[in-house]
Design a protein around this ligand. Structure first.
Ligand SMILES: Nc1nc2c(ncn2[C@@H]2O[C@H](COP(=O)(O)O[C@H]3[C@@H](O)[C@H](n4cnc5c(=O)[nH]c(N)nc54)O[C@@H]3COP(=O)(O)O)[C@@H](O)[C@H]2O)c(=O)[nH]1
Length: 829
């Protein structure tokens, strides 16, 4: 029978001899079997992979040296008695340091393509989690060649080939062995059963006899007999043991790898966590029970200006001032000792106190599994900017920007609380309404900048004279309010306390102010209302203090007034009057009365126009009752224009009468009216409108006009004087006109105040004053007229003192124009 046998180079197991016949252990054993069975062996040279394929497709009848595997058994048949026992082993160059399978990481391993070792080795590497490069070769010799040429680090070969061939390549076996294998002759599936049976028969017979052809062949090719003498069961036991060892080793390695993996994982997680902690905009730290830093993220290290290694182990005393460190420790101890979760604002100052930041800190205890606290973790967020913004908003909402004092809103809020408190503790409190006198004039003349500076200085002065617990606020403009609390429970003592404070304030506010290098004098009026009298409402209290302040103004300014019910009644009446006054202007309820002015012979020189209010229900109201109100409300401007217009119409009427065309008419002009910027134009307009002779018009000013802006006053008087208008200085002697002013004012007449005339006969001082005024008029070339002359004795006395002109009830009361036109000298004059 012809038997085609696959031959590939795998010395000493199988090779093609130089004679073209099968050689090697398996070649010669098969040759002897063939000889005895009368088979003619035909060698078919092929490389391993090709041999396998040729066997599977039946081109080769027998292929020696095939390890059994379940997969191969699908395509090939095997005899039963193994033809040879072997294992795989790695071979490498000298000094390659391959001691265990673990050393194969990243190595290049030459392995027979399609061999069972290739699959096994790959599985082995995978199970150890190793990465190695498997280089497929077509023959074991090629693998050894690659290793010898350093194109591979190691090569896999069956132990028989390896031990036999390695020295020729200057390679040596490594301790890495695997896959003990039983080798067979294989044939195509379902074919050549007779061949397999014959092989089994001979092998069984030979392997039981150490002197058989089989063992002789083995020895000839350098084989080891004892291995073959080991019983098959023991061999399998060893194989199982090797497998277990391998599994245990693999398990250990897997465990080590898992530990390594876990360690790597932990390190990666830690790094990951650090990256996160370092990238957040918060300060994160861990402190141990001794309050030493154990961890600090990037922000904390940057804040401290130190690397982490130098922060660890330090306490807060190193980084903050003593007060800050103490506060931080208090908070930390609540966490560490009491186990509290602390959420609080912390203001941290640098050791020298130069840097102050506010943080919102959350601090948590870190616990062992049994609950014991071993550290605290803190997360602090810098809220300084946020706080500043809030403070700024608060400042804008509750404080006056110019003076920095609380504004109206904050005052009302505190007042509300104070009144509620007062209801409980019965201690009295008071509200002082402080208003600067004539502040508007400063603003108008020196400008708002100067006004602002004055207000700032006023705020400073007030602030330095009040207690910390009192609230000083600016309501707006020149209005300040001081709220005093905790006053004496006894009314008289409380009043005395308040009076002391208010008087002091009036005094300090009256001291000169330096404005643009010039001294400026200002005073203030203060109105005071008591909590206990305000019926508990903020509005009422403010209103009362405000009313009292107006009383202080009315009382001559630079003084203080307490609110009282009488004052309230007067104020209410005043409010009603103001309403009526506005209405009366529209309804033309005013009339002018005229009071005669005469010379020494009793001849009529002219008259003074005096306004009366023809009130629909109250009858004729005297000007003393409504002129001050008209002045304070500004109604004097339209009213004054009406008076001027009516007076000029009267002059025009007299001008048409030859007997009266020489009469002059004196008209009172209030300070507010005169100082109005349009006053001169208004007078000119009235003169133009009515056609009155300016030379018959005499404007009566009082010395109070001279208190403010005399220069402008002189200019205005000059303009009017140029048109022919005359001027008289009313109430002369009661004010404080200086001689220099008198000389510069373009006056025509001085009017001796009636208070000097009244006591002229009884008070020698008044006589002296009258004589001086008459002399002054003479020297300044001014006419002098005495008002309030009620008796002949007064008239005679005045005449003796040199006064030539008179006005008073002796000659006639202020009456309607018709009465003046019928006027005649009093009997006996
Ligand atoms: N701006 C304006 N003010 C005016 C005007 N009319 C009046 N007034 C101011 O009111 C003050 C009070 O005026 P009246 O009540 O009219 O009193 C005047 C006379 O009636 C009074 N008088 C005159 N003779 C006597 C007298 O012999 N005895 C006495 N007891 N009183 C007398 O004097 C007032 C006139 O004073 P004067 O103006 O100072 O000359 C008044 O003082 C004005 O300020 C107005 O139109 N505009």
């Amino acid at each position: 029978r012809e038997v085609r046998v696959g031959v590939y180079a795998n010395e000493p197991k199988i090779l093609l001899g130089q004679d073209g016949q099968l050689s090697g252990i398996l070649g010669e054993v098969l040759g002897e079997i063939a000889r005895q069975e009368n088979w003619r062996l035909i060698p078919v040279p092929c490389d391993w992979q090709a041999c396998l394929e040729l066997t599977q497709n039946g081109s080769i009848d027998l292929l020696p040296d095939v390890a059994f595997s379940a997969e191969r058994a699908l395509h090939l048949d095997f005899h039963r008695q193994p033809s040879l026992y072997s294992w795989s082993q790695l071979y490498s160059r000298e000094g390659a340091k391959l001691k265990s399978i673990l050393d194969l990481e990243d190595r290049r391993i030459a392995v027979l393509a399609g061999s069972i070792q290739q699959d096994y080795l790959q599985t082995l590497l995978d199970s150890f989690g190793l990465h190695a490069q498997l280089i497929p070769v077509h023959s074991l010799a090629e693998g050894f060649e690659l290793v010898a040429n350093q194109q591979a680090d190691t090569a896999v070969a069956n132990q028989r080939f390896g031990d036999y061939q390695a020295p020729g390549y200057q390679l040596r076996g490594t301790p890495i062995m695997f896959q003990p294998a039983q080798l067979f002759y294989a044939t195509r599936k379902g074919a050549n059963a007779d061949l397999l049976a014959g092989i089994d028969r001979h092998l069984r017979e030979w392997q039981d006899s150490p002197s058989s052809y089989y063992y002789q062949t083995l020895q000839r090719w350098g084989g080891e007999r004892p291995r073959l003498l080991v019983p098959s069961e023991a061999w399998w036991g060893l194989a199982v043991l090797a497998g277990l060892l391998l599994t245990a080793l693999a398990g250990a390695v897997v465990l080590r790898r898992q530990v390594d993996e876990k360690t790597r994982h932990l390190k990666a997680s830690e790094q990951h966590l650090n990256t996160i902690l370092d990238s957040v905009e918060a300060y994160i730290y861990i402190k141990d029970p001794e309050l030493r830093y154990q961890y600090a993220n990037r922000k904390v290290c940057e804040l401290f200006g130190l690397p982490l290694a130098q922060v660890v182990g330090q306490t807060d005393e190193r980084f903050f001032d003593a007060a800050t460190a103490a506060n931080l420790h208090d908070n930390d101890r609540r966490v560490l000792l009491l186990g509290e979760r602390v959420e609080t604002e912390e203001v941290n100052r640098s050791p020298d106190g130069s840097l102050e930041q506010t943080y919102l800190s959350v601090k948590l205890p870190l616990r062992h599994p049994d609950g014991r606290i071993y550290a605290l973790c803190g997360i602090s967020t810098d809220i300084s900017e946020h706080k500043k913004n809030l403070e700024q908003i608060h400042r804008l909402a509750f404080y006056d920007l110019l003076t920095g004092l609380p504004n109206r809103r904050l005052l009302l809020d505190r007042l509300q609380h104070a009144l509620a408190q007062h209801g409980r503790n019965q201690l009295d409190g008071a509200l002082l309404f402080i208003d600067l006198d004539n502040f508007k004039d400063l603003n108008d003349t020196l400008g708002h900048d100067m006004g602002d500076r004055l207000l700032q200085q006023v705020a400073q002065r007030l602030g330095s004279h009040v207690r910390e617990e009192d609230t000083l606020a600016r309501l707006g403009g020149d209005e300040f309010v001081l709220m005093l609390e905790g006053l004496h429970p006894q009314h008289p003592e409380a009043i005395a306390q308040i009076e002391t404070v208010a008087s002091k304030l009036i005094q300090v506010l009256a001291e000169p102010y330096a404005l643009q290098g010039r001294n400026h004098t200002s005073t203030a009026s203060i109105g005071i209302a008591l909590f206990s009298e305000a019926r508990g409402t903020v509005d009422e209290l403010l209103k009362r203090a405000d009313l009292a302040m107006y009383e202080a103004k009315a009382a001559g300014r630079n003084t203080l007034r307490f609110f009282n019910p009488q004052m309230q009644a007067e104020v209410s009446a005043r409010a009603n009057l103001e309403n009526d006054l506005r209405q009366s202007l529209a309804e033309r309820q005013f009339v002018l009365h005229y009071q005669p002015q005469v010379d020494a012979q009793g001849q009529l020189l002219g008259a003074e126009a005096l306004v009366r209010w023809q009130h629909p229900s109250r009858g004729l109201v005297a000007p003393g009752e409504f002129i001050p109100l008209a002045e304070s409300t500004g109604l004097i401007l339209p009213l004054g224009r009406w008076i001027l217009h009516s007076a000029c119409q009267q002059l025009v009427a007299w001008a048409a009468d030859a007997e009266r065309e020489q009469l002059t008419l004196a008209v009172n002009v209030s300070a507010r009216q005169f100082h109005h910027r349009d006053f001169v134009d208004d007078v000119f307009a009235v003169l133009d409108e009515t056609g009155a002779n300016p030379q018959r018009l005499e404007l009566e000013l009082t010395e109070s006009h001279l208190v403010q802006d005399v220069e402008t006053m002189i200019v205005k008087m000059g303009l009017l004087k140029a048109r022919g208008v005359r001027f008289a200085l009313d109430d002369f002697g009661t004010g404080y006109s200086s001689l220099s002013y008198l000389k510069r004012l373009p006056l025509n007449q001085l009017k001796i105040d009636r208070s000097f005339v009244r006591d002229l006969l009884s008070d020698p001082n008044d006589a002296a004053i009258v004589r001086t005024i008459v002399a002054l008029g003479g020297s300044l070339d001014l006419q002098v007229i005495a008002e309030g002359v009620e008796t002949r004795a007064q008239r005679d006395s005045l005449l003796r003192l040199g006064c030539q002109r008179f006005q008073g009830y002796l000659f006639g009361k202020p009456e309607a124009a018709q009465r003046l036109e019928q006027w005649s000298l009093p009997a006996g004059a």
